[in-house]
Design a protein around this ligand. Structure first.
Ligand SMILES: O=P(O)(O)OC[C@H]1O[C@H](OP(=O)(O)OP(=O)(O)O)[C@H](O)[C@@H]1O
Length: 161
């Protein structure tokens, strides 16, 4: 279900997600992440797996967060599992920064880490160090793990009257 604050959708296929995660890997290639990757659950898990493969990083940890929707606005971000230390030498991966609430919390916890996301909206963009694609704030990104293919009516059948 599309929330009220979204005016358009941006469907992303598995192929595109794979390509975009590889594009992010290229942007991160020259940086050193001695410790490894921290995936932000749950959306960061898939790009983190692709980026770990591309950057030849085998140590992958998670920071686990949960955010609650309240009246169609994203609510408080709750930390379910953190990471010790200040994040130095770690690469944090998320699929998207939207309002930036999740990234803000994680940056406060791990100020020395490098925060990367595949997609970024304007409100969240200042909080990421590296990203690939910017989408407008009123776009609902349809990730492949949240969607499935289904039958749609032919265009001619959708005419009114
Ligand atoms: O910038 P924000 O407004 O905080 O939004 C970004 C967060 O929202 C998404 O997670 P979501 O809340 O959909 O949870 P999930 O990944 O566990 O499904 C996404 O994976 C980011 O972590």
């Amino acid at each position: 279900m599309t929330e009220n604050r979204y005016q358009r959708t941006y469907p992303i296929s598995w192929d595109q997600l794979h390509r975009d995660a590889k594009a992010l890997s290229w942007r991160l290639l020259d940086k050193d992440f001695f410790n490894g990757i921290i995936a932000v659950t749950r959306g960061g898990l898939v790009p983190a797996a692709i980026i770990a493969r591309e950057l030849d990083i085998r140590l992958v940890d998670t920071i686990c967060v949960s955010s609650y929707d309240w009246k169609n606005q994203k609510g408080e971000v709750k930390l379910l599992k953190g990471i010790e230390g200040n994040g130095e030498g770690w690469l944090i991966i998320d699929d998207l920064v939207d309002t930036g609430r999740t990234a803000k919390l994680i940056r406060e916890l791990l100020p020395k880490a490098h925060f990367a996301s595949v997609y970024a909206k304007p409100a969240g963009r200042p909080l990421v160090d590296t990203f690939v694609t910017e989408v407008s704030q009123d776009t609902w990104i349809l990730f492949p793990w949240d969607t499935e293919s289904q039958f749609v009516q032919p265009i001619a059948g959708m005419r009114q009257g």
